[in-house]
Design a protein around this ligand. Structure first.
Ligand code: HEC
Length: 235
């Protein structure tokens, strides 16, 4: 019995020693290559058998890839929301209706981080200057350059409108009457920055208006107010 175990051990050692060799051998026939060679796919490449020497150049027939020009990148899951902002700003859920416009007025806080307020307002000012000031004027008095050139009219002052942070966002998003949407020009985070800037500007202007009374603006703006009292969204 003891000797038997000894023999077995000896055989085992010889077999394991002799099975080691530095000679490279290739297996003769592979019956099910799919099971031996994993096909690794890089994103955004055409799905072929690049990693499979015998089939290299052939198209892969993985049905999932076939849907998308044989590309390895797959479609996002249905309902996915593209997130390209530097901050996680959720989509604006309110629709382009009068009812939702009214709801937007209840929103007075933006999702921006208050710690960045100074920078946000600076960027808001810059974007306002680029996107809105031609009509609304740098001071929000409705006297932008195209209004002064008489090419365009009906731009209200911010002070005369009952606007809130949320409603400014809403109007940037969908436009209002004669004003079109500026959503394509501004990313969601930038829309908030511009909205913050507009509300700031409006607060500053009404503070100024409360002081000694410049008065000169009032007659110029009443005419525009009359033509723009209709609050319905027409887009
Ligand atoms: C082409 C000119 C034009 C540009 C550019 C423009 N607006 Fe306007 N905006 C208007 C007009 C006209 C109205 C008045 C619409 C109405 O009849 O209620 C208006 C109204 C508004 C109102 C008041 C809406 C309300 O709820 O009563 C806000 C706020 C506003 N604009 C913000 C912006 C912001 C922010 C930008 C830049 C992203 C911008 N606008 C760019 C023409 C413009």
């Amino acid at each position: 019995m003891k000797r038997g175990i000894l023999y077995l051990l000896l055989i085992g050692v010889t077999v394991s020693l002799s099975s080691c060799s530095d000679k490279k051998r290739s297996p003769s026939i592979v019956f099910m290559p799919d099971m031996y060679y994993p096909v690794a796919y890089d994103p955004y490449t055409e799905a072929d058998f690049e990693y499979w020497p015998e089939r290299n150049g052939e198209k892969s027939n993985v049905p999932l890839f076939g849907e998308h020009h044989q590309m390895t990148a797959l479609w996002p899951v249905e309902g996915s929301v593209a997130r390209t902002d530097e901050q996680m700003i959720l989509p604006w859920e309110l629709k382009n209706t009068l009812e939702d416009y009214n709801k937007s007025k209840a929103i007075t806080v933006s999702p921006l981080d208050p710690a960045n307020r100074k920078k946000d307002l600076e960027r808001g000012e810059k974007l306002y200057g680029q996107t809105c000031a031609v009509c609304h004027g740098a001071e929000g008095d409705g006297q932008g350059s195209i209004v002064q050139s008489k090419a365009y009219s009906g731009v209200p002052t911010y002070a005369e409108r009952e606007i809130t942070l949320g409603s400014v966002y809403h109007v940037i998003m969908y436009g209002k009457n004669a004003m079109g949407s500026y959503a394509p020009q501004l990313t969601p985070v930038d829309r908030w920055r511009v909205a913050e800037y507009v509300i700031n500007l409006r607060a500053k202007n009404s503070l100024n208006a409360a002081a000694p009374a410049p008065g000169a603006e009032t007659p110029a703006t009443t005419a525009t107010a009359e033509t723009t009292t209709d609050n319905t969204n027409q887009q």
